[in-house]
Design a protein around this ligand. Structure first.
Ligand SMILES: [Zn+2]
Length: 386
């Protein structure tokens, strides 16, 4: 067993990091293989953070990442004293977080040879924060290692980009993802293949499908929704329904977390939970609430984005059938249904719908309310197919 077992279908990147770990040790043969600042890039679901934490674990482990020692287990639980894990669920990484990271980066490790800072969404570092981080990343303390993750180099501010060594990931093969699902969840090959295909090799999504029947059912329901869309009325109803689903999904996820953060804040301030908060400290709780609102909003948008990805896969399948290119379908289990739609829908309509999805994503990024953006997409689809 090793920490690299969880990394799916990335032999080159794993090789780079394994050499880096060896290069980091005292008296290494190839010290050039190691550097202090890294950037892992790759499409969503390619496992950017998985490989980042595997690298962190390997650096902190006395045995280069055995996967079983206390150190490796602590990294897996994100509780290692020399690991700082930044997994923001907010839209941006603010200046306060950036300052505290710089502070930590200046300290020497407590038990391991290194202190590793993993930033899972480095593309969410805003410019002001990046200026704060810049010097720490550019001239890190010898024992501090930065591992940033982002979809692509272009997502990072140029000032940071030029100071990190880039490790690109590729979309893993469906078979590799299925293999991991079988190993991790003990499911049969056919279900694993179907989940891997429908999640389009997105490891996290594929795991979610096989562990949450509800998530899988919801995916099926959105595809049914699109295939059955006939009128403008249907489109408006669906847009409302999906926004509600995405929202309640997000709320359930964050209610628990918000409560926990609030209790922690009470404790940090030496207050008793539920008791009145002294006037001078009230601003802290207001800030926390503001921050939590932003988190919840982001969750809704992520939920809508997942639905868009599923619809996109359906349209892509329709187009493949239309063009008769004979590639495997993402939604192979619906082949019959899809063939029927492909026979009656003109190709231009399918292409227009795929383009419309890209437009919805741009609108969401520009803060257009999700329901409005979805409505437009679905109405366009309904009109085109009638
Ligand atoms: Zn270990």
């Amino acid at each position: 067993m090793s920490v690299w077992d969880e990394v799916v279908g990335q032999p080159r990147a794993v090789g780079t990091f394994q050499r880096a770990v060896l290069g980091a040790r005292r008296g290494a043969e190839d010290p050039q293989a190691f550097t202090n600042s890294w950037l892992v890039t790759g499409p969503a679901g390619s496992g950017r953070s998985t490989i980042a934490y595997a690298f962190a674990a390997a650096l902190l482990c006395p045995d280069n990442g055995c996967g079983v020692c206390p150190s490796c287990q602590q990294v897996a639980a994100r509780s290692h004293a020399d690991l700082t894990a930044v997994a923001t669920e907010t839209v941006s990484i603010d200046i306060k977080t950036a300052r505290s990271l710089v502070g930590r980066a200046a300290n020497s490790p407590t038990t391991a040879d290194f202190r590793v800072i993993v930033i899972e969404d480095a593309d969410r570092i805003v410019e002001r924060s990046s200026n704060t981080l810049l010097k720490a990343i550019e001239e890190p303390v010898d024992t501090t290692v930065w591992v940033l993750c982002a979809p692509s180099e272009a997502d990072l501010l140029p000032t940071i980009r030029s100071r990190v060594r880039v490790v690109p990931l590729t979309t893993p093969k469906v078979e590799d993802v299925a293999d991991l699902l079988e190993r991790r969840h003990g499911i049969d090959h056919e279900t694993a293949m179907r989940a891997a295909r429908e999640a389009q090799s997105h490891v996290g999504m594929a795991s979610r499908l096989v562990t949450s029947p509800e998530a899988w059912r919801r995916r099926d329901a959105s595809l049914d929704g699109v295939l059955g869309l006939a009128t403008v009325g249907d489109a408006v109803r669906k847009a409302q329904e999906w926004t509600d689903i995405a929202k309640s999904d997000g709320e359930a996820h964050f209610a628990e977390r918000a409560e926990r953060e609030k209790l922690e804040t009470y404790r940090d301030l030496g207050l008793e939970p539920g008791k009145p908060v002294p006037r001078k400290l009230q601003k802290i709780f207001r800030d926390l609430e503001e921050q939590q609102k932003r988190v919840a909003k982001r969750a809704t948008i992520d939920g809508v984005d997942r639905i868009l990805t599923d619809i996109q896969s359906l349209l892509r399948d329709l187009l493949m059938l239309k063009l008769q290119v004979g590639v495997p379908l993402v939604n192979e289990s619906r082949r019959g249904e899809l063939e029927a739609v492909a026979n009656r829908a003109p190709a231009w309509h399918t292409i227009a719908s795929i383009e419309a999805i890209a437009l919805v994503r741009e609108r969401l990024a520009a803060n257009v309310p999700p329901q409005l953006a979805l409505e437009e997409l679905l109405i366009g689809y309904a009109i085109g197919s009638s």
